[in-house]
Design a binder for this molecule. Sequence first.
Ligand SMILES: [Ca+2]
Ligand SMILES: [Ca+2]
Length: 264
Amino acid sequence: MGSLTAQQNYFIAGDTSGVLYFDINPDTTLEIPGAYTYGIDIDLNGTDDFAIETNYSQSPSHTNYSIKVLPYGSNMVGYSYLAPWVTYSGDTTGYSHMGIGLGYGAIINEDRLFTDETVILIGYFDNIIGFFGHNWNPGPFIPVCLINEGSPDCIYGWIKVYNVSSSGITLDSYAVDIPATTAYVLPKLKDFNIYPNPARERLNIITEESIVDEIVIYSLTGRKVMHTRLENSTINISELQPGIYFVEVTIENTLLRQKLLVQR
Ligand SMILES: [Ca+2]
Ligand SMILES: [Ca+2]
């Protein structure tokens, strides 16, 4: 990592002001077991940069669950060396390092030992109840480093997770230390919510204390792909191809956008 140059010296875990920030809403829970993968496009440019993956494997002595943060391309995830308390007798898997979670306000910088390897964020065995909460208890912010193609710069970011248990992990939000542009200004939650997200056939659109009649949906390239009216707070999106879109409404002369993922 010697040639890596940080674009900024540091980023603050939980910082959402003036940076690219995306609130997963409602929060998404990845179940375990399930070998579930959730892509994260941390700079909102239409290409996933990280994925969170749940894994499940059965050995003769125990069931092993794990959650991984997978960096795509040259991107990196913060990790720490394996904590000394992970001494489960049957564990011969040889984890060499473990992902870290930072508390709100923690500094994300080069000291966080970024790696380009696939790292295990949390690994535990189902016969050690409370392993995560009692023994380790990291903060919810996973430090990451975004490296755009052709650039040596490391742009720091974080992915917020919580409720890590044998039943799953919940994803809350993510941010990257890139100055926010008007195209990506996300609304305050009280103004405009969409769910489910990812969505399949119908999309519910919730606004508070405001009346919204018209909904416009744009592709990532800015092409208008739908212009429709709300019917009982829902719209039919079955004609949209799977992919990422921006849902736009106007409330009190303010244009608000939410990122939408359509999956089938
Ligand atoms: Ca991206
Ligand atoms: Ca959220």
